[in-house]
Design a protein around this ligand. Structure first.
Ligand code: HPA
Length: 235
């Protein structure tokens, strides 16, 4: 079964029909999971921040969310993430399908492996076949960048201008708070995972100005409309 994890601005998958939503128990805590029909197929949807969305990025139970999807036999996950632009040439809003991650988070429950020694390969954190599907689907939607490095910060505060500058020097193109440990946990459970990011603001310090928080809502709305179109065009 295909699965989608939705984030800020995508807390509901409007195109799902016949939805049943439940809090499910996993060995790592509770998760809220919906099942519904999308284009004739059964699909799973997890609103990352809960239902209603209450959990800030650093308090999300990423393990429960991924375990719930593993328990129902999810065989692919497309994650939707709102991000800021580190590469100043990225339009707001626009879509990015990242191919790499740098993890700046700390103190999150980031692994399923407890009391056993296990290492996963994470050289390429996103599944290339899923990325290819997203790249093909964004072709008709436009304004999408097909690769990029996602810098995952701890939040919930936004970054300082110097932190964004450092991320840029590190090679990041976008910055968000939710790709990690989600992507790694999906890999631990061997579920192919890719991310569709929506750039909703320029990173801190752009044009020597504070982040335009009041403009994020409109960018989110417009960007998520594009995300819906991408899902409709996915093969
Ligand atoms: N920084 C971190 N996370 C974000 C941002 C940002 O500027 N915008 C949306 N998510």
């Amino acid at each position: 079964m295909k699965a989608v994890i939705g984030g800020t601005g995508f807390a509901e998958f409007d195109d799902l029909t016949d939805i049943t939503g439940n809090v499910v128990k996993t060995s790592f805590g509770d998760a809220y999971l919906e099942r519904g029909t999308f284009r004739g197929e059964t699909m799973a949807f997890v609103p990352r921040h809960g239902h209603p969305p209450r959990q800030p990025p650093h308090r999300i139970n990423y393990r429960a969310n991924i375990q719930a999807l593993s328990d129902i036999g999810a065989d692919s996950i497309i994650a939707v993430n709102a991000v800021g632009g580190v590469d100043a040439s990225l339009d707001v809003p626009s879509l990015v399908i990242p191919d790499q991650i740098i993890d700046y988070t700390s103190g999150r429950e980031h692994t399923f492996f407890q009391g056993e020694i296990q290492h996963i390969d994470f050289t390429y954190p996103f599944d290339q076949a899923l990325r290819d599907q997203l790249i093909a689907a964004t072709g008709s939607v436009g304004n999408a960048t097909h690769k990029g490095v996602y810098g995952c910060t701890q939040g919930p505060r936004l970054e300082t201008a110097a932190e964004i500058e450092r991320l840029r020097r590190d090679g990041c193109d976008i910055v968000g708070m939710t790709a990690m440990p989600e992507a790694a946990l999906a890999r631990e459970r061997e579920i192919p995972y890719a991310s569709l990011c929506v750039v909703v603001n320029q990173g801190a310090g752009f044009n020597d100005a504070p982040v335009a928080l009041d403009e994020i809502g409109a960018a989110l709305e417009e960007g998520m409309q594009c995300v819906r179109e991408v899902f409709r065009s996915l093969v």
